[in-house]
Design a protein around this ligand. Sequence first.
Ligand SMILES: Cc1ncc(C[n+]2csc(CCOP(=O)(O)OP(=O)(O)O)c2C)c(N)n1
Length: 283
Amino acid sequence: MEEFMQIDLDTKKRVKLVANTVRKKILLMAFSAGQSSAHIGGALSSADIISTLYETVFKINKKNIHDEEKDRFILSKGHGCLTYYAILNHLGFITDDELLTFEKDGSILLGHPVKNRDKGIEFSNGSLGMGLSIGVGLAIGYKRLNKKNNVYVILGDGECNEGSVWESFMCANKFNLDNLFVFIDNNKFQQTGSNDEILINNNLNDKLSAFGWNAKKINGHSIEEIYDFLVTNKNNQKPNIAICETIKGKGVSFIENNNDWHHTVLTKKNYDIAINELNKNEA
Ligand SMILES: Cc1ncc(C[n+]2csc(CCOP(=O)(O)OP(=O)(O)O)c2C)c(N)n1
């Protein structure tokens, strides 16, 4: 029997505000990177997923970051690291000064995350297709040790073109990994075009159900639906996956669904327009 839990209104409001702050920080880092370019579209599309996760069930802070009993998070689509750095800045792991060093010489904040547990970054990533296998390995380990830790992973939909992702999809059910929660940021685009142009990978819900997962298609910008996915106990020992319908560039009108913003330079003029738009959500 499934046990449903609804998010309370105050938490929902708080998470929405945090997601807006995360989006503003993404833009600040992209702007500070100057001519280095930054992955903007795919960072904005995961902002609601990451904010809901970190503000509700995945509670980390400077005191518990080295605690072996705590849950683990893996950003498999490592190029979307601006979202990751933004939430870690919001939580006090990464300082405001460090945020402004993104992609600069000597910075700890590279274009893909490099493990730095003191800063809340527990896994290096960037070569697409690797993060879910790390997540499956961790989840198996926790089961074998009879530990209660959960493992959370965010995958890109383009990333799901990688064969290694499907090897992990195949074995998660065999090991009864109900401690594994995966989000696919299904924004329908990848680096050089739309999924339809490059490699169609539709019906992920049906495919993953057939692979033995608790698969659910959700709105990846709905705080309620993301929360519901995280807390609904299915009691069936299967791994959990949310196929999150998202918009690449979500939150900034001229970036939304425009794949020119996959990896590019953010000028001062565009930065100002975008921040202005996001500020209106807080008025
Ligand atoms: C193994 C590997 N091949 C290629 C790349 C280059 N690359 C960076 S982002 C990207 C597109 C990924 O698409 P998706 O996962 O849908 O990300 P999003 O559109 O959400 O940014 C590619 C191919 C990479 N990082 N790793």
